[in-house]
Design a protein around this ligand. Sequence first.
Ligand code: ZN
Length: 199
Amino acid sequence: MSIDKLKKGNVKFTKTFVENKQLYLDLVENGQHPKVMWVGCSDSRVVPEFIVNANAGDLFVIRNIANIIPPFDAHDSNSSSVLEYAVEHLHVEHIVICGHTGCGGINAMLKGIPQDSVINDWMQHAGKAKENAEKQCCGDLEINTIKANVLLQADHLLSFGYVKKRVKENRLKIHKWLYEMSNGSILFFNETDEKWRAL
Ligand SMILES: [Zn+2]
């Protein structure tokens, strides 16, 4: 998509803006009150608002390579500041970690990333997912790692005391999702039987 197309796209958007003026002005006047924080991949094919049909103001979003939230002791101020703001200030009730099929970040980790690449440093936060997937008896290593990474990042969320506390008090729920790029559907990890099921 060219920059020119983006510029024209904004002109088109302003027409949509007029049609939804009430929603947008309400967000300006009354601020944002999203109930959901979304942790997604930067992949251009997986657009959070599109895949769950959400509006402006619905999702507080962080996207990065392979939908990662480094654990508390990694001191990643980017992701942890988004998390802190979402939980401590916006009081979101849900955090969705959404992985996706065909994730380039996970794929690169499995194939091996050059040591001097900063992506290699970043993907260390998903390294345990690879180890966990390699222990599994069956299935495809890539998809198993993608799924294991969603579970791992959900664990990382619990390394933040304020997240753990709210989850324990049932004020916050963590959702582990997987977006299937070939058909647009989403699977969720069912805690009861530990299986991935359709939403
Ligand atoms: Zn990805």
